[in-house]
Design a protein around this ligand. Structure first.
Ligand SMILES: [Zn+2]
Ligand SMILES: [Zn+2]
Length: 293
């Protein structure tokens, strides 16, 4: 399984000279499975560049949406394969009692917010509510679970051979609780991340910013690392960077994250802050001594 970060920013696109290294595009991760089939995790503005990179002869891909906040769907109407008649796109996302996935996404892909309507997209697009049971796409087993955020929100786990990826970009696992004291079963998203080769997880706030944002649906650095450590993820990428965090600020947070990770008993190189364009070949293996005990 090959993983590429196409958009690492949270909340709103944040382009400019201060964010050029970690990137200003919002959430999107591209996955190439062992049989060559393609998945996109979320469709923030990062999916525009993913679309440009794909060959025109591509016939089918899946987009797995964690939720429908704009920073996770904004790139859909700028995704080149959506404008090719030969491409079949299957969009998965959380069900809601309020309206179907298609109808909720159509609130964005319709006037006055969009120049095109869903029915006008040239591609063959279908919308599926993500099931609560495991299902398969090509050689991969996919699992989703509701996680603590604002509104119906999923995290995903993708297992392909020996590789496993957990993707939980918008997540506040410690909401109203001490994550270190909670039983595993009570930690939101825990089963998705358990012993994953790679965990891509919300790391939006520095620890000193979090107290002003409790209940906003995102993690502090310490909470993200506690979650990663307890779940046994082999490697962790902090993701969904705050739009106010410049490259220099993120460099400092990265140093802090690695220091904290070592204090928790891990190896410094097993934690990093996600930057746009980074790729990961899974399975990721780190020395056995770095694994949680
Ligand atoms: Zn988000
Ligand atoms: Zn969100």
């Amino acid at each position: 399984m090959r993983v590429k970060l196409w958009g690492t920013r949270g909340s709103v696109p944040s382009p400019g000279p201060e964010t050029i290294r970690y990137g200003g595009n919002t959430s999107c991760v591209g996955i190439t499975l062992s049989d060559g089939s393609l998945l996109a995790l979320d469709a923030g503005t990062g999916i525009r560049n993913l679309g440009i990179s794909l060959p025109p002869e591509l016939t089918r891909l899946h987009i797995l949406l964690t939720h429908l906040h704009l920073d996770h769907i904004q790139g859909l109407v700028f995704f080149a394969p959506a404008f090719r008649a030969q491409t079949e796109i299957v969009i998965w996302g959380p069900a809601s009692p309020e309206a179907s996935l298609r109808d909720r996404i159509a609130r964005y892909i319709s006037a006055p917010l969009s120049p095109v309507e869903v029915r006008e997209l040239p591609c063959d697009v279908s919308f599926r509510h993500t099931p609560e049971t495991e299902w398969e796409i090509g050689p991969a087993r996919i699992r989703a679970a509701s996680v603590a955020h604002r509104g119906p929100t999923l995290g995903y786990r993708i297992d392909d051979g020996e590789s496993s990826l957990a993707y939980i970009p918008d997540h506040e696992p410690a909401l109203g609780a001490d994550i270190d004291a909670l039983e595993e079963d009570w930690i939101s998203g825990f089963a998705l991340a358990r012993d994953a080769s790679l965990l891509i997880h919300d790391g939006q706030y520095a620890d000193d910013e979090y107290p002003d944002h409790i209940g906003w649906g995102h993690s502090s650095l310490s909470h993200a690392l506690s979650f990663a450590r307890r779940s046994g993820a082999e490697r962790t990428v902090l993701f969904h960077h705050d739009p106010l965090h410049s490259d220099e600020r993120l460099d400092r947070l990265g140093v802090e994250a690695r220091k904290h990770w070592v204090e928790l008993g891990g190896k410094a190189e097993a934690v990093e802050l996600g930057s746009e364009g980074s790729t990961y070949e899974l399975p990721v293996r780190v020395p056995a001594t770095a694994k949680a005990t």
